[in-house]
Ligand binder design. Structure first.
Ligand code: CAA
Length: 241
């Protein structure tokens, strides 16, 4: 029987590439999104994926999303916690909204979403939780104390959850992308982004489909021995940044 996956932030950027790839692999996929109805409709039309609206920073929305997906597609086997936002600014000028919005959406979402699916995965003795972190959670980035904190926190969360569920057939892993060619990265001031690309040994931004390939591997039957790890896809940037 086809597996069921839920990808948060799945209608644009890296999330959309993940949805396309998992769908192509024969998985029944639902894409979560928070605001852009047009992008969600386009994804649904083009891939046949289910789309579900809600804010991953809101516990009730997450409960509702999981209930809807379960009712329509079946119990969730694969959860990709991908939704994320930036509110960049140097810390000495950061306000509490910039801090808490990023922590809520990028980190509280791990509790809000994963808590809804973990018991079912344990009962069925099969599950894949894949958390999309960032190179900036690994090495830090000027202007991203909020984002770097959340993305680093994701790694600790995943290690602890991997330990708790290792005997239950549930793996928990992190993918830490570098700078991928998405709207989020294109929003970085052009001059700053130019400087960042100049530092990447591979000499270019990454592509969403390159991240999606790794997600597809971790989501698969053959990845049962991979748990608690962080896979870094950054064109070598971590080595020089
Ligand atoms: N080291 C230390 N301090 C630095 C610095 C550096 N490399 N670069 C700048 N600063 C300091 C400056 O000295 C300045 O401090 P003061 O003005 O108080 O003296 C302060 O930072 C602000 O500098 P600017 O006035 O030049 O810049 P700004 O305030 O307009 O913007 C910024 C600063 C928000 C950090 C901006 O440069 C920026 O957006 N940078 C990009 C951050 C980034 O890479 N974001 C990634 C987004 S994509 C993503 O997150 C996806 C992913 O996972 C990779």
């Amino acid at each position: 029987m086809a597996r069921v996956a839920l990808v948060t932030g799945g209608t644009r950027g890296i999330g959309r590439a993940i949805v396309e790839r998992l769908t192509a692999d024969g998985i029944k996929v639902a894409a979560g999104y928070s605001g852009n109805d047009a992008a969600a409709e386009a994804l649904k039309r083009e891939t046949g994926a289910m789309v579900i609206k809600g804010n991953v920073g809101n516990l009730a929305d997450c409960k509702h999303a999981v209930e809807q997906v379960t009712a329509e597609l079946g119990p969730i086997d694969i959860l990709v916690n991908n939704a994320g936002i930036t509110r960049d600014g140097v810390f000495h000028r950061m306000n509490s909204e910039q801090w808490s919005e990023v922590i809520r959406v990028n980190m509280d979402s791990l509790f809000n979403m994963t808590r809804q699916v973990i018991e079912g995965m344990r009962e069925r003795e099969w599950g894949r939780i894949i958390n999309i972190s960032s190179i900036n959670g690994q090495k830090g980035q000027v202007g991203q104390t909020n984002y770097s904190a959340a993305k680093a926190g994701m790694i600790g969360f995943s290690k602890a959850l991997a330990l708790e569920n290792a005997k239950k057939g549930v793996t928990v892993n992190v993918i830490a992308p570098g700078y991928i060619d998405t709207e989020m990265v294109q929003a970085v001031p052009a001059k700053v982004l130019e400087g960042i690309i100049a530092q990447i040994p591979v000499g270019r931004l990454g592509r969403g489909d390159e991240i999606a390939d790794m997600v597809a591997f971790l989501a698969g039957e053959r990845a049962g021995y991979v748990t608690g790890t962080t896979l870094s896809l950054n064109g070598g940037q971590y080595l020089v940044g």
